[in-house]
Design a protein around this ligand. Structure first.
Ligand code: BGC
Length: 808
């Protein structure tokens, strides 16, 4: 242990010794939704946590507290660039410090077990090694800025259906080789100051009580010395959690810790030493992030400031994956462009759920291309609007919240820029207390952009009254149809009013919510509701016909297709991989009208692309973050090449090997064992639409030679194209005799090289020992499998250019 750490440990021990049982157990429970209590008697300030992972939302869920929004984690992984992940993390630490946040609830390092996973966009890859490398870069980056991380959700939280109760049945081998592997890699290579234990159970034990996985493996075998926080509301029992190694139960103050834990110690049901261990872990974290008096923080020399907008744009263009580029459709040639698609105008820049942050600006593809292309060369048509649901009342609304007491007296007001209220107990507007608050009225004006029938709706549970232009359309109670406590956040809004309105003529809107939160539950319960809206719907065939006309008249058609909040979000899984609405019809029709059709796929996870052979180019933009359109313009114009490679196989659902995400009788067997992602596609002998690792740039590469001594591999390659470029050199390991138990090949290492036209480049990568090992369930240990292996080097798992044999 380094001297600084020894000194910090001594301060932690001294602080612990000065706390009584009640203070100790209080420290292990949230004092509210996002923070732990301060303990002035030992000079401890309140520790504040926040989501994660693409930005730092802070302790308020509102557009009034903006954060930089980086591209989705799938996008970050598509860069295959650990240094870039490190820079992303460093920027997020800067954002966290700006907002008084000490611990970022990120990164999400669960795996893409199935493309149906609702939070697929929030995890990195189907490959545990790539996940570990990107995750470690991210954690090192955040912590270099003196802010803690919680790698999450430990472990096997790879789908959303019944996430609070599902019992995932995973073999020890699959756990070790796949699901635990990124956590292990991150613990070893980034030394995270925290971990978040998941909602689900593994092998019959809920993860917040999993003594074996937490105390024995994570802490025991791997030497993790950070704090273990529950996922929000995941802690279920006082004794089970403390004995299972859970340090902090969030959110609070009503939890299984606090008084309940003190009581359990007093009654002899829990040993006080267990409480001390947990408190020690929390105090160590506090010392590291600099909120424990007398302890030097882990980072005293902060990194240089980063320009968040620039970095968001750089990551986005480096993450875009060019799947196909026929007839040199990209970069765009001079000429006219017809930009088509609802998401070209209203870009979908991030995935839904707790990963939501509120950027202060969003550059849509239309904005980005308008700036980048010569005046008069760009036209726009909607083509198809995939959104089947009402959007929160942001655009064209001017709203504020008026809070009243039982007599109707106004006790506080605030602006509501995005039509939604999400207040936890401590975040009420100034002057408002939960004791006095009876109603919240979202009120203001709406100025329609289009004449026609406008629909208004309500998102949230409870009693509401909705009035538009003086007419009351709804006065009743909206009920819950399932038991996810976060459904107020994730459920679709319900249409409740339709009104004929005229362009430019403002109308008054009012949505009154009757607050029923009692004083006792005030700190635990969120007040969450929103006003939602949808403009007049156009005939879908007419919209497509209009877009086809625009495409026919232009030199190039650029169609942006996208998923919606109903497709990709926390809280539920997907049931198919189709693009919503009429978007597939739109692309077929546009491609038939213009041979130079370029499709931009704006989704966080795989979708089916049934028209992919009909169009000239397909570019994945993922959820590109706030600088979406600027980055897109960089890549379409050729100012930069798209840098991404698929971190996950893209294919049709009917061909996908692992699709079971719905538990039966509360259990979800991971029956495929170690065969997920490309390991499974290869085993089944199926051909995906686009393989793992695939992605084109704007130059060509010739792979010239590979040598390996079994511990490293050296690859020589040459840029044989006409412009400078960057290449992700992928090294796969293929055993001569895999048998039924081992995949045909797997990613062992990779490196990024850059070279100018005609120049050569060299990449030397280490071949990790773990790449040659399997988990032996008989001996309960890693086992090195010697023998003959092919080292295969190439541009994707199927485009392997060179090989050499090693015997070890
Ligand atoms: C999510 C976590 C998140 C937490 C706090 C949970 O529902 O699963 O990833 O960090 O909420 O928002």
């Amino acid at each position: 242990m380094a001297q600084a750490e020894r000194t910090r440990e001594a301060v932690v021990e001294a602080a612990l010794a000065r706390l009584d049982l009640s203070a100790k157990t209080r420290l292990l429970a949230g004092q509210d939704r996002w923070s732990l209590p301060a303990l002035p008697q030992i000079g401890l300030k309140s520790l504040v946590m926040s989501d994660g992972p693409i930005g730092v939302r802070g302790v308020r869920w509102t557009a009034d507290d903006p954060s930089i929004a980086l591209p989705s984690p799938t996008a970050l992984a598509a860069t295959w660039d650990q240094d870039l992940a490190h820079r992303a993390g460093t920027l997020l630490a800067q954002e966290a410090r700006r907002k008084g946040v000490h611990v970022l609830l990120a990164p999400t390092v669960n795996l893409h077990r199935s493309p149906l996973g609702g939070r697929h966009f929030e995890a990195y890859s189907e490959d545990p090694y790539l996940t570990g490398v990107i995750g470690a870069g991210y954690v090192n980056g955040v912590q270099s800025g003196g802010v803690g991380t919680t790698a999450k959700h430990f472990v096997a939280n790879d789908a959303e259906t019944d996430r609070f109760t599902v019992n995932n049945l995973v073999s020890a081998r699959a756990l070790r080789e796949l699901y635990l592997a990124p956590f292990e890699f991150i613990v070893e290579n980034a030394h995270p100051w925290g971990i978040m234990t998941a909602y689900n159970a593994v092998g019959g034990t809920t993860m917040t009580e999993h003594h074996h996985l937490v105390n024995e493996i994570l802490r025991g075998e791997w030497g993790f010395d950070g704090f273990n926080v529950s996922d929000w509301t995941a802690a279920r029992s006082t004794k089970g959690a403390i004995e299972g190694g859970l340090d902090v139960a969030m959110p609070g103050p009503t939890t299984v810790y606090g008084d309940a834990l003190a009581q359990a110690v007093r009654e002899g049901r829990v040993e006080e030493a267990r409480v001390d261990t947990a408190v020690r872990n929390v105090l160590r974290l506090a010392a590291r992030v600099g909120v424990l008096e007398g302890a030097a923080p882990a980072v005293t020399d902060l990194p240089d400031l980063i320009d968040g907008e620039d970095l968001a744009r750089e990551i986005a263009r480096r993450s875009f994956v060019l799947l196909r580029n026929e007839r040199e459709a990209l970069p765009l040639k001079p000429g006219t462009v017809a930009l088509i698609g609802a998401a070209a105008h209203d870009a979908r820049v991030l995935g839904g759920g707790s990963a939501t942050v509120f950027p202060s600006r969003i550059v849509s593809p239309l904005d980005g291309l308008t700036t980048a292309l010569p005046e008069g060369t760009l036209g726009y048509a909607v083509g198809a609007d995939p959104s089947t649901e009402l959007a929160t009342a942001r655009q064209d609304f001017e709203l504020s919240a008026v809070c009243r007491d039982i007599d109707g007296t106004v006790i506080g007001t605030c602006r509501v820029p995005d039509g939604q209220i999400h207040w936890s107990g401590v975040e009420l507007p100034e002057g408002v207390t939960i004791q006095r608050l009876r109603t919240i009225e979202l009120t203001g004006t709406f100025t329609p952009r289009e004449t026609g029938r406008h629909t208004f709706g309500i998102k949230g549970i409870g009693a509401y009254r909705l009035g538009i232009d003086g007419t009351t359309y709804y006065d009743d109670v909206q009920l819950l149809d399932h038991d996810d406590p976060f459904s107020g956040l994730f459920d679709a809004p319900v249409p409740r009013a339709e009104a004929e309105l005229t362009t430019g003529e403002p109308v008054e809107v009012s949505l009154i919510h009757h607050v029923t939160v009692s004083e006792d539950e005030a700190l635990m319960k969120d007040i969450t509701f929103a006003l939602a809206h949808q403009g007049p719907r156009r005939d879908p065939d007419e919209l497509i016909a209009e877009a086809v006309e625009a495409a026919r008249a232009a030199d190039t058609a650029v169609v942006v297709v996208a998923t919606t909040d109903r497709v990709e979000s926390e809280g539920f899984d997907r049931t198919d991989l189709r693009l919503p609405g009429r978007q597939d019809d739109l692309v077929h029709a546009v491609a038939a009208a213009n041979p130079r059709t370029v499709v931009i796929v704006n989704s966080g996870s795989p979708v089916e692309l049934p028209w992919r052979d009909e169009v000239a180019a397909v570019l994945l933009s993922w959820f590109p973050g706030q600088e979406a359109g600027a980055a897109l313009a960089d890549v379409l114009t050729g100012a930069h090449e798209p840098g991404g490679r698929l971190p996950t196989t893209w294919g049709a659902l009917t061909a996908a090997p692992v699709t079971q995400v719905v538990p039966k009788g509360g259990e979800l067997p991971y029956a495929e064992g170690v065969f997920i992602g490309y390991r499974a596609w290869e085993k089944e002998g199926r051909t995906p639409a686009y393989p793992f690792g695939h992605g084109l740039g704007y130059t060509d590469w010739t792979y010239e030679s590979v040598e390996s001594d079994g511990t490293t591999a050296t690859v020589h390659l040459r840029n044989t194209g006409e412009r400078a470029g960057r290449e992700v050199v992928q090294v796969y390991l293929s055993p001569d005799e895999p048998g039924a138990e081992r995949p045909a090949r797997w990613l062992a290492a990779f490196a990024i090289v850059e070279a100018g036209p005609g120049e050569s480049a060299e990449a030397t990568v280490g071949l990790p020992q773990r790449a040659f090992e399997i988990w032996d369930e008989k001996t309960d240990a890693w086992s090195f499998v010697g023998g003959s292996y092919e080292i295969e080097v190439g541009r994707s798992i199927t485009d392997r250019r060179l090989r050499t044999t090693i015997r070890i």
